[in-house]
Write a protein that binds this ligand. Structure first.
Ligand code: MN3
Length: 200
């Protein structure tokens, strides 16, 4: 099944008043994500990966570790990451559902402490990557950071929330201010209903 660029689940200008401009989404969804889709399809054509599910391409190519397959992994994982990322945001100013809030308080002490630790993880990732709230294999919540396209699927974790900390995600709106971008993401952009649904 070929990769396809999904439509955004909201209008391109829907997040502008929440700190993610139409211009950012034009570039980030329309050009960057599309490039992962197009390059992924070129890289996978005619290989053992063609016809496999996106999840199995991500985990299989990561585990294989073969240098020749880096293009497969990088494009497939970034396609998966961005599909999640668009769904994890919304224009609705959602509040945290109570079950998610209590799980976060149990794991991190308070929602403020969770946010501080999430921002610190994102700021602490040197270079491009992602920071995540995951449920680990034991079902416990953890904050993690990953480089480039690596994601929680690679470690058997469930991605509850992911923040893209490649510069293309924030440079138009926040210039070099990654901490402000991540704080704004948590305070104004996250669709917490979507995050809670991922708890299963
Ligand atoms: Mn990106």
């Amino acid at each position: 099944m070929a990769f396809e660029l999904p439509d955004l689940p909201y209008a391109q200008d829907a997040l502008a008043e929440h700190g993610m401009s139409k211009e950012t989404l034009e570039f980030h969804h329309g050009l960057h994500h599309k490039a992962y889709v197009d390059n992924g399809n070129k890289t996978i054509a005619g290989t053992e990966w063609e016809g496999k599910s996106l999840d199995s391409i991500v985990t299989g190519s990561y585990q294989s570790g073969a240098v020749a397959q880096n293009g497969v992994f990088n494009n497939a994982s970034q396609h998966w990451n961005h599909c999640q990322f668009w769904e994890m945001m919304g224009p609705g100013n959602s509040s945290m559902p109570s079950e998610l809030e209590s799980r976060i308080k149990d794991a991190f002490g308070s929602t403020d402490s969770f946010k501080e630790q999430f921002v610190a993880a994102g700021v602490g990732q040197f270079g491009s990557g992602w920071c995540w709230l995951v449920a680990n294999a034991g079902g416990e919540l953890e904050i993690t950071k990953t480089e480039n396209g690596v994601n929680p699927l690679c470690f058997g974790q469930t991605a509850l929330l992911g923040c893209d900390i490649w510069e293309h995600s924030y440079y138009i709106d926040f210039r070099n201010k990654r901490p402000a971008y991540i704080s704004n993401f948590l305070d104004n952009l996250v669709n917490w209903e979507n995050v809670a649904q991922r708890l299963g």
